[in-house]
Design a protein around this ligand. Structure first.
Ligand SMILES: [Zn+2]
Length: 82
């Protein structure tokens, strides 16, 4: 972990919700919406782009802002505690 500071409320450095994003890759029936296949890393078909978004998002436990982790880290780096 690195220090965080919320870029929105600019005061919260200690209370955060860490949202771990674990994608589930599926193939659904276009008509019914039923899941027909749940893919794993091993059987993902060649036409299916694997999830490439961030592994986690961070929510400020004070104002509720949800952003990528880097936003909180960068703001903390620019406003270090003395
Ligand atoms: Zn905040």
């Amino acid at each position: 972990m690195e220090p965080y500071l919320c870029p929105n409320c600019k005061t919260n450095r200690s209370r955060f919700n860490i949202i771990e994003q674990r994608a589930k890759s599926v193939k659904i029936n276009p008509k019914s919406g039923e899941v027909e296949v749940e893919y794993t890393d091993d059987n993902l078909d060649v036409f299916h782009t694997p999830y490439n978004g961030p592994a986690k998002k961070i929510q400020c436990g004070s104002c509720g802002l949800i952003e990528n982790e880097q936003s909180f880290v960068a703001y903390a780096n620019h406003n270090r505690l003395s």
